[in-house]
Design a protein around this ligand. Sequence first.
Ligand code: GUN
Ligand code: FE
Length: 465
Amino acid sequence: GQGRKIPLERTIYVGSFVHCKTLQELDICDEGAIGVDETGTIAFVERGVKDVAKVQERHGWGVCKVVRIGSTSFFFPGFIDTHIHASQYPNAGIFGKSTLLDWLNTYTFPLESSLSDLDKATRIYSRAVSRTLSHGTTTAAYYATIHVPATNLLADICLAKGQRAFVGRVCMNSDLSPDFYRDESVEAAVAASRACIDYITSIDPKYELVSPILTPRFAPSCTADCLAALGALQKETGVPAQTHIAENKSEIELVAKLFPERLNYTDVYDAAGLLTSKMILAHAVHLSDSEIATIRARDAKIAHCPASNTALTSGCARVRRLLDEGIAVGLGTDVSGGFSASVLEMVRQAIWVSRHVAMTEGDDTKLSAEEALWLGTRGGARVVGLEDRIGGFEVGKEWDAQLISMGDVEEDGEGLHAHHGPVDMFGWEGWEDRVHKWVYGGDDRNTIAVWVRGRLVHSTSGFRQ
Ligand code: GUN
Ligand code: FE
């Protein structure tokens, strides 16, 4: 984390910015000026700025850096990926016609077990973190593998590259897992989890950027005593937790068989003491009404993984229902059940899935582009417990942002060029149209710079400071 130690320069970001005001509504500011202090925290947000010098004077920021962006560019909050397996990054796009349980055995366990090789882990994790940053992911809740050294390495890489991250060492002690990739005992799973918590706490004691997260893989991978031990460890340490729930019908049948004494899948985690406000549940495709009520009562959070749920034909999560219940929902790429490491792609996929639901269940289940963007930013911030620090541009929040360029066109003597990505602005659409064009037609070529906690962590040649 050398870069993290370099003091930041006070900076005013000048130009348009867009963030989510409510679930349904964007806040669009045309002539903004956002002051970010030496700690990477937003010190002021001004609108209708014609003269930056006046803003500098008013705040006593006579000496500071000014970053001005082009007229077809805007700042947007960094995306929050609430569920991604960094260890599965090389398998993105490889799933054939498999469904969850055979997918795990065919593709996933063999790849994950190979990350005992630290050189291989270094290559995979470096690429995964760089790639997600390039897609504007400023915060990610990662699953690593069962290996302590490789998991700690992922935390090192996130810190060095400047990505905000939750890094989880995967626990799996049941005989669902192959014997070459399994925890030997409950004690071993707990000891390894503690080792990762201790290491990650040592490299970032205040969890400014990187934080440990307890990660029982999912109920079928863990025995009841393992889940209970991890529940106790969560209570003791206060660290967050993440797992999978109700992703696939065969998986749910398996859970019923493995835990006959429990009411349902949700009750397996609840009985272990794991269903708390710090739990991130991935998928939640096939929950019963009573399970939804329990999740809501415990204030557990949900990571919606639309690309993965379609790829593995798991089903369509009822996101509108979850939102109506007041449950915190964010978006997860779920690489490599999901084929893309881009949260913008998940925004689109969430919209598509909601439309497929709407075709049988009615129009009010449809998610708008605004709502899906909310899930990728504000919703995600609630899911990872950082709604006071990230997710939007307010004074006191940290500058986790991406600069979106919508095809600025420049004249350099050799003609017009420098289109940033696939989205072109024809004429003068309003800002809402622009945002919609980005959502439906944009990709990482439009993401020309990315900051986390005030630090520039990614940029392309399209960005000149
Ligand atoms: N359930 C248990 N493990 C996994 C995993 O790695 N990916 C997905 N999508 N579901 C799981
Ligand atoms: Fe997953």
